[in-house]
Design a protein. Sequence first.
Length: 324
Amino acid sequence: MFGNLSAMRRAGVLGLNCRNSEYTLKYNPRRFYPLVDDKVLCKQRLQQRGLAVPALIALVEFNSQSSHLGELLGDHTEFVIKPAHGSGGSGILVIADRKADYFVDSDGKLVLPDDLAHHLTNVIGGLYSLGGQPDVAMIESLVHFDPLFAGLTYHGVPDIRLIVYRGYPVMAMTRLPTRMSHGKANLHQGAIGAGIDLGSGVTFGGVSGNHLVSTHPDTGHPIAGFQVPHWSRIVSMAAQCYEAVELGYLGVDIVLDRDLGPLILELNARPGLNIQLANRCGLRSRLDVVDALGSPDEEPECRVEWSRRRFGQPPVDRRGQQTG
């Protein structure tokens, strides 16, 4: 076991204890956590900084509001319900259509108004919140994924996770929904994670759990060699989140809407470490490179340019192998 730990250290792999003690505790002051743990506050702060986010339709704070769905939803036929203090995708309900007497979720299942009201009361009651505390239900506009992702997703919206350290983007991956994940971009529920080259925005292979994969299990489409649209804009938006919430170790989740382009879905003060598996690369070694710079550059675009140049990799072929 100790041999394996030594090998991981030599490879620059970041472990959970090290992440907590040397990065989140050191660079993420507790007073700023509410800005990312509360999705409503986070959305407001990002909008104040001029960063694009999914539109907010309504906030449901009291059980009595759940009996007035018509007033809350207006003429919206598709939307997403999520807990303001949720984590890991728990409690998120995606409604893809609305009929006269019922709704249709992302799996094509019928959802009656009473079911929707019951879900809202569960969210408000804290069933999905951190620590089980009373919560607020957010109703947001539904994101329509960019059609270029059609071969790499199953009944859901892929997202892009970037790790930003002291304002510098250091690693990225895309999370691809599958049948197993029920259309959610959640690695723990079965979504595919695919590493993205920071320099070019091109994917280079995937991971499912602890297993490497080369094709999407439901579509058969190759995972490597996909050019993520709007890559320059995506990396720039991620870097600007450092100024927005003042956290030095940050996960930024971005989705691509077919009409609106990149939208920041949420921020995470304790981003997971599976991104290292998707990238076949240790995160610790990249953090050390940033630390060696001393004081971070004050301009986000300068930080982005440096990161893309420093952490960009050689081109890859369709199998995810480096070509030079």
